[in-house]
Design a protein. Structure first.
Length: 408
């Protein structure tokens, strides 16, 4: 199925603009004609073409922020709770939505619902915008007749996930600034100070130690070949992120992160918090355990932990309990497994997972502060060490040169 943008006239001669979902342009015209619309202009949506031709770039250009999706769920849940019909609720949201890409998605969903498709199935047509947990929870609301609770739960889930990502991002801001400043200081020294000192050494024919020759060589490389060096660095960075986006690169990077001493503990706690919170919400809304685990695997989006969740779901199918299915986990500690087991014994697994999420949300805050406090002095030491090497490379031969001049 494809999305088509159209401009048409209704039977009253009024111009209408919109988006329609159809296998091809002829089917789209037929659909519009059956609705009493006379098509003036119709074309395949440019966004879809871009996604097919430039998938990597389109993912960045047409990405819908999670905050927008969370707000959509909250608005839709509130409108439905107030007794407003689904199609009218979506129409109201379309009028209020400023995000053009997401507005097109909601318009397409509204058209599907008008044709009798359920909200969950309409969401499934847009997997880039609505991951599996959305249609799964909404389908529960459809069965129980309680859309409002399911949608509000989804908005709360999204808010928590955004909050967690925000905490991690905020914690990385200061170390990133220090690292960038370090690079700028080093570049300044190598491109401005070192070349001036080098002329002095050449003029007096000074004998230079190895460290000074290395620093001068680095200076010449940057000043003489910057037009090649910076594009090469840019290409390496882009190549790294591209490789990290492949399944193999993603797995290797995530395994590497779990081996870094300072980051390892924090990374595990973030994974556990995310896992417990989303599993708790899904189970609370009566989504079956195996389906919940499949959804959580996609939400967590981690090669190592995702494989553990997938294997656990397989063991549960064979009759094992949730807690015992994770006994060999590298991520979940014994305390988590013990609380899972206690929840199973008391038939309160959803409540126990929600409690675990609260505990690990607090643990993430503590670990973020500890990691930041540990990284900051390390960055400063590294900065001082790097600048110290450059200064030593300048001062040592200068000192020797001064002694030689005094002896003349």
């Amino acid at each position: 199925m494809a999305l088509f943008t159209y401009i048409a006239f209704n039977k009253k001669g009024k111009e209408e603009k919109g988006i329609i979902d159809a296998p091809n342009i002829q089917s789209a015209r037929t659909k519009l004609k059956s609705k009493g619309l006379y098509v003036r202009q119709i074309s395949e949506d440019a966004e879809r073409k871009d996604r097919e031709l430039f998938p990597f770039l389109a993912k960045l250009l047409y990405r819908v922020p999670r905050k927008v999706i969370g707000m959509f769920c909250r608005q839709l849940g509130t409108l439905l709770g107030a007794g407003i019909p689904l199609d009218k609720s979506l129409s109201n949201i379309v009028e209020q939505t400023d995000h053009e890409v997401f507005r097109k998605v909601v318009v397409a969903m509204q058209a599907d619902i008008t044709e009798g498709i359920s909200l969950s199935d309409a969401m499934r047509k847009h997997p880039d915008v609505f991951p599996n947990q959305y249609p799964s929870l909404v389908s529960v609301g459809e069965r129980t007749g309680d859309y409002e609770t399911a949608l509000i739960r989804l908005s709360e889930m999204e808010d928590k996930n955004i909050e967690l990502r925000s905490k991690v991002t905020t914690a990385l801001v200061y170390p990133s600034i220090i690292f960038i400043l370090l690079q700028l200081v080093i570049i300044f020294l190598l491109t401005t100070v070192v070349p001036q000192i080098e002329h002095l050494f050449v003029e007096f024919n000074a004998t230079l130690p190895l460290i000074t020759r290395i620093v001068i060589g680095s200076s010449k490389l940057i000043t003489g070949y910057w037009f090649l060096l910076f594009p090469a660095i840019f290409a390496v960075v882009i190549g790294f992120f591209f490789y990290k986006g492949t399944p193999e690169g993603k797995e290797k990077w995530e395994r590497f992160v779990l081996k870094i001493p300072i980051v390892r503990t924090l990374a595990k706690k973030v994974l556990i918090s995310n896992f417990a919170r989303n599993l708790g919400i899904l189970l609370t809304n009566r989504v079956p355990l195996i389906v919940s685990l499949q959804i959580v695997e996609q939400i967590v989006d981690h090669s190592v932990f995702g494989e553990e969740i997938r294997n656990a779901a397989g063991r549960i199918r064979e009759g094992e309990k949730l807690s015992s299915s994770f006994l060999s986990s590298e991520i979940l500690p014994q305390m988590v497994l013990g609380m899972m087991s206690a929840g199973e014994a008391s038939d309160r697994v959803p409540e126990m997972m929600n409690k675990l999420a609260e505990i690990y949300d607090s643990e993430v805050d503590t670990s973020l502060k500890a990691a930041t406090q540990a990284i900051e002095p390390l960055m400063l030491v590294f900065m001082g060490f790097a600048i110290g090497i450059i200064m030593a490379a300048i001062i040592v031969p200068m000192f020797s040169l001064t002694q030689n001049l005094q002896g003349i």
